[in-house]
Design a protein around this ligand. Structure first.
Ligand code: COI
Length: 385
């Protein structure tokens, strides 16, 4: 390992390397952006457009396990054209955020959940598992070197994107013997262009996102690649996201192209019920999804994880039983859904405002994340100390 200074030595190695601690070597970027340039980006970051000055990489081979952990200048990868990820899509990723609190400190939200989900995704995609400690250590490294990139205005954050690729140079179809785990980070504002304004959703009836025994529960690039064509259909029909039905019966709701979906029954004042599709193996086990279900239980709502059919959605809206629908995910937080559109389908009102329960859950979640409410479930991890 020939990189510069070793800055931390407390991370445990993963896979075969569990016996010795990984140390992250730092090569500082010679091209780190000046403060004025960074501040201009942070003032209007958008989503996923700008990246910080550094990245983390940890390599893995069958022989050595996880090794060569390093923080290097952010920049293009040099990758062999025969690298297996480029041909067979053996890739997984995660998404979590770093939040700046009003005292300047930097925190993240339930990183252990992302680390554990990445381990499950790795198992499904025949990739090596990185330990929870190593995953969180890698996140800490990015914030240690690029902490100034965590914005402080409004509902902004630093979106952290860990990912893992198979980079063995081999065209045979089998699990790769050489893998890299990397972390990049991107200052972020709202995922949707109109912020918290309700979005329209397009119902895809021709395509499904996942099938029984497939990779639907894994956070792998292939799932998102498969959503892009129906997502284009959504855009063509004035919708911000696509909704998928289950692949087997085509009758009940799976999830959106990049987030989970929830239904509020009743007005929430007398308790109300929050319903979301159950985890069947085809649905991503969202960290935001799980947190919202907990916050709903805390406020006395009944929580149901079960099948939800399109007919139930239509009839529930018509009868007034379903009062609100929203999307949720790390990137989208909680985004109200005004209407579901499809071929010969329209459920809801395109002009409907955001619902009260949606906004209350959103406020409570973000207040916890930004340190404005007590962290009663122990969900926050400080990253800059
Ligand atoms: C997230 O919410 O973090 C996601 O991964 C959704 C999308 C940006 C891919």
């Amino acid at each position: 390992m020939s990189h510069g200074t070793t800055i931390e030595t407390d991370a445990a190695g993963g896979a075969d390397a569990q016996q010795f601690p990984l140390s992250f070597a730092l090569t500082p970027s010679p091209n780190a952006r000046a403060e004025a340039e960074r501040d201009a980006i942070l003032a209007d970051p958008g989503f996923g457009k700008h990246f910080t000055d550094h990245m983390v990489t940890i390599d893995w081979t069958v022989e050595e396990g996880w090794h060569d952990a390093r923080v290097t200048p952010y920049g293009p990868l040099q990758i062999d054209p025969a690298s297996s990820v480029l041909h067979y899509g053996q890739e997984i990723f995660e998404g979590l955020k770093a939040y700046r609190h009003t005292d300047g400190s930097i925190w993240t939200f339930r990183p252990d959940k992302n680390a554990e989900r990445m381990q499950r995704s790795a198992r499904r995609l025949a990739l090596p598992e990185l330990s929870v400690d190593d995953f969180i250590a890698a996140i800490r490294q990015i914030v240690a070197v690029d902490g100034d990139w965590v914005p402080s205005g409004g509902e902004t954050s630093l979106y952290i994107r860990p990912f893992m690729i198979a980079n063995e140079v081999f065209l045979g179809v089998r699990a790769a013997n050489r893998v890299s785990f990397m972390v990049i980070a991107s200052p972020a504002g709202a995922y949707f262009a109109d912020g918290v304004a309700p979005v329209k959703i397009w119902l895809s009836t021709e395509y499904s996102r996942a099938g029984r025994g497939g990779t639907g529960a894994a956070k792998c690039g292939g799932n998102y690649a498969a959503s892009l064509l129906p997502q284009m259909e959504a855009y063509e029909n004035g919708c911000a996201q696509v909704l998928f039905l289950d692949g087997e019966t085509g009758s009940h709701i799976d999830e959106l192209g990049g987030m989970n979906v929830m239904f509020v029954h009743g007005d929430g004042s007398g308790g109300g019920t929050l319903v979301t599709p159950r985890l069947t193996g085809t649905i991503l086990e969202g960290v935001t999804r799980d947190s919202i279900l907990q916050l709903a239980r805390d406020r006395g709502m009944t929580v149901e994880e079960r099948d939800v059919t399109i007919d139930e959605w239509r009839d529930g809206v018509a009868s007034g039983d379903i009062t609100e629908v929203f999307a949720c995910g790390t990137a989208a937080v909680i985004t109200p859904i005004s209407v579901l559109k499809g071929n010969n389908v329209q459920i809801g009102d395109p002009d409907a405002p955001a619902g009260e329960v949606t906004l209350a859950l959103r406020k409570e979640l973000t207040d916890i994340q930004y340190g404005r409410l007590p962290d009663r479930h122990g969900w926050l991890t400080r990253l800059d100390a």
